[in-house]
Structures are given as C-alpha cells and as structure tokens.
Design a protein around this ligand. Structure first.
Ligand SMILES: O=C(O)[C@H](O)[C@@H](O)[C@H](O)[C@H](O)COP(=O)(O)O
Length: 226
C-alpha cells in the first residue's frame, strides 16, 4: 500500500504519528518497546516530528536498521544523525543502542553487538526503512558480500556485516527476518526518482539486483511524497 503526501512535512508528521501509535501499542502491551530507524538523508524531518510526540520514551529503545562503520564524528554516521535529530525534545529520554562500537571492522565488532542486540525487546514495535537509487534497503546492497546471508540468515543471527561496491564504507545491518517481523514495517521514500526505482522493484526480477524486493514481499506501508 502506497500512501502519497503532498510534501515532506505532511509525510513526516503522518509517519511520526503512525510510528508513535505503534510504539504506544507496544508499551501498552509490554514493559518496553524497540524502534529501528534508518539513516541517510531522508529521515531528518520525520525524526524531528517524532521527537516532539509525548510517549513514555524512557521505556523505548531506539536503534538503527543499519550503520556505516564509522566514528560518530563522521558526517556519514547514522548514530550521529539519530542523536542530533531524534533523541531530542520529548524523545531525549529514550535509550539508544548504536550499531557501531569502535572495533576495527564490523566483523570484529559484531560479536559484542550481537550480545547487545540479544537484550533488545523484539520484535520491533516499528522499523522504518529507506531505499537507495540502486535498490538497496538497510545494508542489503546489490553485490554485497553477505547479501544472501543477510536475507536468509541462520536463526540465531540478527546482524550481518556488509561490504559492497555501492556502500561507501563497510556496514553492519539487521537481517531481513528481524526487520520483517516488526509489528509496524514502513518504507519511507521521497522524490520522483525513488518512485521510478520502486516501480522497477515492483516489477519481476531477482532480489540480488534490487534487494528492496525482498522487503516488498512483506508488504511494508510505503510513505511517499514528491
Ligand atoms: O545507512 C544508510 O545508508 C541507510 O540506512 C540506507 O539504507 C538508506 O536508508 C538509503 O540509502 C536511503 O538513503 P537516503 O535517504 O540518503 O536516500
């Protein structure tokens, strides 16, 4: 299902309201709720809208769908984006679980992160994905070295590392089954170009060429604006 909004502000406030509702349902049913958000350039307005909504944020853990293996002082750090634009206002009391821990490589950092992630309250109450113009989502990149195991991991594995020509730097990502099991699963895309990419992904073709296809099979709610 695609919901179309007239502009970025309208999309951001609708997505923030829907994510807050999903978190509230999670918190009404259980002692804690987890939220996985994407980095990149698209989510800032949504983050700021969500940060202003009243919720029992102290019982919410925010983490990332995926992370670029970089220190937080890099402008490409997704953790830095979340700290600056989401963990503010009312959401300042949320707990944050970053997916970068300073190890030399994501492979070296992954065991400690798998242990940290094991303590998360899962399934996610909400997971919000983005999409790149190459058809990647999370760190499921075309040509990624661990793409197959990120899409179909062993059961105990919640994270996968990824090196890919289009990724910019090494990555770590939640695997598809963890993200797909979220109570509320959304894809947030903006602009005519991403609409075209989405149309291509919705046509037949291999997941390896456009890994977003693997997610579309789970019918995420799609939020789009020009
Ligand atoms: O760390 C990342 O790169 C993301 O989590 C990634 O999957 C992102 O959502 C898309 O690449 C879209 O990025 P833009 O919003 O910048 O287009």
């Amino acid at each position: 299902m695609i919901q179309r909004f007239e502009d970025r502000a309208a999309l951001a406030s609708a997505l923030a309201r829907d994510v807050a509702a999903a978190l509230k349902s999670g918190l009404d049913a259980q002692s804690a709720a987890s939220l996985a958000v994407s980095g990149g350039s698209t989510p800032k307005l949504f983050f700021e809208a969500l940060s202003k909504i009243s919720l029992d944020w102290a019982r919410v853990t925010v983490t990332l769908v995926d992370e670029r293996w970089l220190d937080e002082d890099s402008p490409r750090s997704n953790a830095a984006l979340v700290r600056q634009h989401l963990l503010i206002n009312k959401a300042a009391s949320a707990r944050f679980l970053p997916l970068y821990n300073g190890a030399d490589t994501p492979e070296a950092g992954r065991p400690a992160l798998e242990a940290a992630v094991a303590a998360l309250h899962l399934p996610f109450a909400a997971a919000i994905l983005g999409m790149g113009e190459d058809g990647h989502t999370a760190s499921f990149f075309p040509g990624g070295d661990n793409l197959a195991s990120a899409l179909a991991p062993t059961p105990e594995q919640k994270l996968e590392t990824m090196h890919a020509p289009g990724a910019g730097e090494p990555r770590i990502t939640f695997t598809l089954p963890v993200l797909a099991a979220s109570d509320f699963l959304a894809l947030h895309i903006e602009g005519a170009r991403k609409q075209e990419i989405l149309d291509q992904a919705l046509s037949h073709g291999p997941d390896e060429a456009m890994p977003i296809r693997a997610v579309l099979r789970y019918n995420p709610k799609i939020y789009w604006c020009p």
